[in-house]
Design a protein around this ligand. Structure first.
Ligand SMILES: Nc1ncnc2c1ncn2[C@@H]1O[C@H](COP(=O)(O)OP(=O)(O)OP(=O)(O)O)[C@@H](O)[C@H]1O
Ligand SMILES: [Mg+2]
Length: 254
């Protein structure tokens, strides 16, 4: 099994969109039954990208509190991606789950190992912004980390804190793959274009060579409950995500 964590110090940079859209792009290359996504963000938004909207559905939060296996909260979507939602839970349940995660640092990795996924499964995990028990769990179990950034001053300001995260993780797990991923790149905007070039130069060799361009189809796809590759397969973001999927598959095999 290969596990990919999508993280960032900043909110609203495109973690959830990238998790969903990259998963569907990877599923298009790897075929059915290979790719799953896990929502570790109490916002519980990832499932919307796959048109799953039943608010009653159990998710990984409540299921973990019940000590049940995660297979039974897996929802099989029409986009060849299996989705494990966080679940729509009470504050008490969220706090209970976070306390459990704080006590058992390998909990998520262990749940994934016993969730019935095949050896060749690829799991992408969406996380909330900033430091949290979820991020600690993800750093403990993943094979590859993608840190999503925007080409703006706000993201730039978070880089020292993110480098600290990555350096700490690398000191514990030297073989862990870690890359920054630029999202919403707009080459027609001079500041965005220059900041993108600067970040590529500064963050090399931890910079993913493929950027995701700003593309309004990303937001529109969510409004229709579809991954962007389904909604607009030949749009700019879809082309970027297809290339990114190939690059990530290669990175996992390295
Ligand atoms: N490549 C893109 N092009 C255009 N819009 C995008 C792109 N990626 C994300 N967005 C938009 O940016 C907004 C934030 O995206 P998203 O919810 O995925 O961010 P997030 O990092 O998961 O946020 P949070 O920190 O709240 O979890 C959404 O409106 C989304 O549609
Ligand atoms: Mg999100």
């Amino acid at each position: 099994m290969s596990i990919i964590g999508i993280v960032s110090m900043k909110g609203g940079v495109g973690k959830t969109s990238t998790t969903a859209n990259l998963a569907s792009a990877m599923a298009a290359k790897l075929g059915p039954g290979r790719v799953s996504v896990v929502d570790l963000d109490p916002q519980n938004a990832l499932h919307w990208h796959f048109g799953l909207s039943d608010p009653q559905t159990l998710g990984v939060c409540e299921q973990s509190l019940l000590d049940g296996d995660w297979q039974s909260v897996t929802q099989y979507t029409e986009f060849n991606v299996a989705c494990l939602p966080y679940g729509d839970v009470s504050e008490i349940d969220r706090e209970g789950f976070e306390a459990l995660l704080a006590q058992q640092p390998d909990w998520i990795g262990e749940q994934l190992q016993r969730s019935g996924l095949n050896q060749d499964a690829v799991v992408l995990i969406d996380t909330p912004p900033g430091p949290s028990v979820y991020i600690k769990q993800v750093f403990a179990c993943v094979d590859l980390i993608l840190v999503v950034l925007l080409a703006d001053a706000g993201s730039y300001a978070t880089i020292p804190a993110m480098q600290t995260w990555l350096d700490e993780a690398a000191s514990v797990r030297p073989r862990l793959g870690m890359y920054y991923l630029l999202n919403q790149v707009d080459r027609s905007e001079p500041l965005n274009r220059d900041t993108s070039a600067f970040l590529h130069q500064q963050l090399k060799p931890r910079m993913c060579p493929i950027d995701i361009h700003g593309d309004e189809a990303v937001g529109e796809a969510l409004a229709f409950g579809q991954p962007v590759l389904e909604y607009e397969p030949h749009g700019q973001a879809s082309l970027d995500l297809a290339r990114l999927a190939t690059w990530v598959i290669d990175a996992l095999n390295r």
